[in-house]
Design a protein around this ligand. Structure first.
Ligand code: NAD
Ligand SMILES: O=C(O)C(=O)C[C@@H](O)[C@H](O)[C@H](O)COP(=O)(O)O
Ligand code: ZN
Length: 375
């Protein structure tokens, strides 16, 4: 049998440089790659869905390399990015006697990665961590770039730290067990890279999305290309002093919806918020005369074709009032001097950072969007 092909994406961040490996069946050989980091023990943090599927394979692979491995399991879902779960994970990592030279290994989606990464950032004032992302979203986005954190009742990801992983192992075969809803959610972040600055990649997505979902070679290609795109931005601007904010395309609206739906995964998951947010960002840009209406329509048509929500009316249990949406957006991390910053677009692949957006123009746009969706 020919060896499965593995793509390596370097993230050259000086003394925080690391590699992302993308390919099928990386989990079985994960122990050797992780052991090469020189730790003696690892705390594998996972969730209640992923743990039973993959944690034992990873633990065995680590043990074969002579590492001590403990497994810490948290509940699945966005509500787990909380102060309470942070305490649970930090205590469990300490209980497992993980030293500074050891590792926290995040085995799961973005929820586990963000939570475990933040625990690693603060336990003993910083231990190293490895990302083993198991959702499409975490393989193409959250495992790369070092943003870690939890949610607050005030808003998404408002408590956190930049803490880069030491290694990312994206085993695309693990996505074979991912529910379709979560595959779609992750796909919204794939499309985002095309919309930011790569119109050719967006066109590739329109043509190849079914292969990505089905697990053909297109899946590995989409994951590797997304990681290359994200790594390039992170290397330019690790701590979001400038360009990195482009990765927030669709998120000012999306994060507001996640707060309004109280981080209840049954109502809305992050990628669905991003899908609606991407469409809103393009329609808002069109309403300001910045972007052709046809481009906004093309974005919506593609996301809708994959089964993603694209309109506020599709938020289960309601999207809240305009005032509630604006109130949630006021806590966005891109706010400067009280003014909103949006990522807007002059067209597909032509996104830009737009500071100082008047609240009144956002209000008028949202009123129109909400009224348009009334029966
Ligand atoms: N740090 C970053 O840069 C960054 C980037 C994007 C998103 N995020 C964050 O990531 C989170 C969303 O991550 P997500 O979409 O991966 O959600 P998630 O972690 O909640 O995972 C989605 C669901 O899929 C299940 N699951 C995971 N892998 C599976 C597998 N292989 N087989 C079967 N089930 C599996 C999980 O248990 C969960 O129920 C949000 O909190 C978001 O804010 C962070
Ligand atoms: O890595 C980034 O930078 C991103 O903005 C990627 C986003 O997809 C991700 O959802 C991120 O967590 C949002 O960051 P935040 O700073 O707005 O919380
Ligand atoms: Zn995101």
């Amino acid at each position: 049998m020919p060896a499965a092909s593995i793509t390596t994406v370097p993230v050259p961040l000086g003394d925080r440089a690391y590699d992302i490996f993308v390919g099928r069946d990386l989990l079985h050989e994960a122990g050797a790659r992780i052991a090469a980091l020189g730790a003696r023990a690892a705390a594998i943090v996972t969730d209640a869905h992923v743990g039973p599927l993959y944690a034992e394979t990873l633990a065995q692979s680590l043990k074969q390399q002579g590492l001590r491995a403990a497994i810490v399991t948290v509940p699945a879902g966005e509500a787990t990015k909380s102060y309470a779960s942070l305490e649970t994970v930090c205590d469990a990592v300490l209980e497992a006697k993980i030293e500074r030279g050891d590792l926290v290994v995040a085995l799961g989606g973005g929820v586990v990665g963000d939570l475990a990464g933040f625990a690693a950032a603060v336990v003993r004032r910083g231990v190293r961590f490895v990302q083993v992302p198991t959702t499409l979203l975490s393989q193409v986005d959250s495992s790369v770039g070092g943003k870690t954190g939890i949610n607050s009742r005030h808003g998404k990801n408002l408590v956190g730290a930049f803490h880069q992983p030491s290694l990312v192992l994206a085993d695309t075969a693990l996505l074979d067990t991912l529910p379709l809803r979560e595959m779609r959610a992750g796909y919204a972040e794939v499309v985002k890279y095309g919309l930011i600055d790569d119109a050719a990649f967006f066109a590739w997505c329109e043509k190849n999305w079914q292969g990505v979902f089905a697990g053909g070679p297109e899946r590995d290609e989409a994951v590797a290309q997304s990681c290359r795109a994200k790594a390039a931005v992170v290397v330019r601007d690790e701590r979001e002093d400038g360009d990195r904010a482009l990765l927030n395309l669709g998120h000012t609206f999306g994060h507001a919806l996640e707060r309004i739906t109280r981080y209840e995964s049954a109502r809305l998951v992050h990628g669905e918020g991003v899908a609606i947010g991407l469409c809103l960002a393009f329609r808002f840009s069109a309403s300001l005369g910045l972007c052709p209406e046809a481009d906004a329509a093309r974005v919506e048509a593609h996301l809708a074709a994959t089964g993603l929500p694209t309109r506020l009316a599709q938020v289960s249990g309601g999207c809240g009032t305009v005032d509630e949406l604006l109130d949630a957006m006021a806590q966005d991390k891109k706010v400067k001097g009280g003014a909103l910053t949006f990522i807007l677009a002059r067209g597909i692949g032509k996104s830009f950072i737009a500071p100082g957006i008047a609240v009144d123009s956002v209000r008028a746009f949202l009123e129109k969007e909400i009224n348009a969706s009334r029966p």
